[in-house]
Design a binder for this molecule. Structure first.
Ligand code: ADP
Length: 278
């Protein structure tokens, strides 16, 4: 299995879930078997008890798990059935560690965030025994880089990439490129700061998906690439669309799947359902 982690920077609600779901669709169209997971830094065990007006829909999987709304995006975009392992929260991770602690499983050792919580997170990265033929797991980390509560997840993905190797595990960072109306400028600094933040945690993003109001010209893409240490081709623009189902099409035009396959050392044949893209 190859892994694609999706993180978000600058602000929340940028469309990490939609980006992850769109990528899944584009890889599936190339014949790859794809699955998705969402890791959420909040302490609720699952969103089942959370106010849907505040948090959005509770998406119920076939096996009855009450999960985050992003899993709904994944299923609708990718058309693969997900399950209770597809959504992991900080609450679930601690719940399981605390039960092991009470059971005496740690044999008198001090139980710590590193390594116990981070190991528990790593153990939960895609472990669906029913889908052994999965080729790519797309894993979204909820929240924004820089949040206190995301740190164990980011440390876990850093270690995970170190263990499985950079050709088997890549990082997509979704950021915001704001436009300042008064000065008429597109600003890359928040993105640079967010990438520095990630680098400070030992993570180098491979691909940047940039949400922006205005199209990014080559000059801006080159600038982002230079300062964030990625090839220009790996800077993908993600403009606002009217209908969410247009996002995969927009991502295809930006060659997201090609760049992902290149980073993962995988073939990237033209999409099988070509007509779908017209
Ligand atoms: P995150 O996972 O980063 O919190 P979501 O994927 O849930 O963000 O998206 C946040 C909101 O932004 C959703 O309501 C989604 O419909 C909207 N959205 C995401 N991408 C786009 C886009 N390219 N154009 C317009 N709306 C978008």
């Amino acid at each position: 299995v190859k892994y694609v982690f999706v993180t978000g920077g600058v602000v929340s609600g940028l469309g990490k879930g939609i980006t992850a779901a769109s990528l899944g669709r584009l890889l599936k169209m190339r014949g790859y078997k794809v699955t998705s997971q969402k890791f959420d830094p909040y302490i609720n065990i699952d969103p089942g008890t959370m106010n849907p007006i505040q948090h959005g829909e509770v998406f119920v999987t076939d096996d009855g798990a009450e999960t985050d709304l992003d899993l709904g995006h994944y299923e609708r975009f990718i058309d693969e059935s997900l399950n209770k392992n597809s959504n992991v929260t900080t609450g679930k991770v601690y719940w399981s560690i605390l039960q092991k602690e009470r059971h005496g499983d740690f044999g008198g050792h001090t139980v710590q965030v590193v390594p116990h919580i981070t190991n528990e997170i790593k153990d939960r990265f895609y472990r669906n025994p029913d889908a052994k033929d999965t080729e790519v797991a797309i894993i979204e980390i909820g929240g924004t880089v820089g949040d206190i509560e995301s740190q164990p997840f980011l440390e876990a993905i850093r270690q995970f990439q170190h263990e499985v190797g950079p050709k088997n595990c890549i990082m997509i960072h979704v950021t915001l490129i704001p436009y300042l109306k008064a000065s008429g400028e597109i600003k890359t600094k928040p993105t640079q700061a967010s990438v520095k933040n990630l680098q400070g945690m030992g993570i180098q993003p491979d691909i940047l998906v940039c949400r922006s109001d205005l199209p990014l010209d080559q000059g801006i893409k080159d600038k982002i690439a230079l300062f964030c240490n990625v090839p220009s081709r790996n800077v993908i623009q993600n403009l606002d669309v009217d209908v969410l189902y247009e996002v995969p099409l927009a991502m295809e035009k930006e060659h997201l799947a090609d760049v992902v396959c290149e980073c993962l050392d995988m073939e990237c044949p033209p999409p099988a359902e070509h007509a779908w893209l017209e």
